[in-house]
Design a protein around this ligand. Sequence first.
Ligand SMILES: Cc1ncc(COP(=O)(O)O)c(C=O)c1O
Length: 392
Amino acid sequence: MIDEILSLVREHEDWRWKNCINLIPSENVTSLAVRELLSSDMGCRYTSREKFYMGTKFLDEIELYGEELAKEVFNAETADLRPLSGHIADWIFLSTFTKPGDKIICIKPEDGGYPGIWNEGLAGLLNLKVAPFPFSKEKMNIEVEKAKEVIQTEKPKIVLFGASLFLFPHPVSEIAKVAKENNAIIGYDGSHVLGLIAGKQFQDPLREGAHVLLGSTHKTFFGPQGGILLAYERYGEEMKRLIHPRFVDNAHWNRIAALTLALAEMKEFGKSYAQQVICNAKKLAEALADYGFSVMCREYGFTSSHQVILNYGGYKQGRKIARKLERVNIIVDSGVRIGTCEVTRRGMKEGEMEKIAELIKRAMDGENEEKIRTEVRRMAKEFQEINYCFKN
Ligand SMILES: Cc1ncc(COP(=O)(O)O)c(C=O)c1O
């Protein structure tokens, strides 16, 4: 039994790391040091605000250390590392500032918004009414003037920026004034672009008018899987008051230690990492478009984030493409969203993006799969080192 369990994990690691090129934009790899902290004794321990548990002095210290570092990296007045995921961070934010029947505005799933916020997800759970942001599919962005009108008529309690399909910065500063005049609280779900924000290469939601920036810590932000809340004091303190015991009991202290180390890496290497992620995405988009793929937003430079979107009209067609690429060890989702965060962390640059585009083209043209797989494997083996982290 033990052998079977261990071998499943090893086979997975061997396949995904040594044999595949991973282009899923919501995934990344942690440094070995971050990974090591995930398996530390901290993962076996409890703390509580009321000091019910003894033996927590180093855990308490790491929490404070992590919060201070997060405040520095994001220039935020408060930080909370306890949310166990981006979804839970969304839940804490929405639940703290709404009551049943309130209205929120965000991007609808058909336009690339995060489905977990909509009626099937948190809005349904919390009994909120959701109105969609007016959205231009052509520009893949919120329509500013129409959005202002919707805010004036709907008077939402929450205006929530951010999305799962996320190519360009959202017009936070353009909309924040009207939202504030109408007493809305402004949130920004930066789950996808948090590492680009930390590296100061995308947008700065807290300076542009958002009261709260929240998100996952494992997509462009290269930490362990988890969530984070960053906010101005008034809003941050209100969320902190409710997190425990409403949304999180044990906050998983190994994760928080690992996240703290990832924050330190981001502080040191975030800028060059984020710049390269975006350069790689632009190059990959361009190369794919040159091969004749239908890449979204050509007229707008394809992307300013880590994502490239192939527009094949929905998940059904997208899944066919994703399956075909999986057979040659190129891993994407059914969006088809393609992300450059992990390959950048592996040290790949523009030249490798051109090669990846070529491999995708040949796979889609039906060339011999074993031949392409061999080339993908060779590339994966060549880029085994994790970059933008402390070397020892
Ligand atoms: C915009 C957005 N918010 C939240 C989430 C949920 O994040 P997590 O998987 O960390 O719960 C996702 C998931 O991909 C997302 O795209």
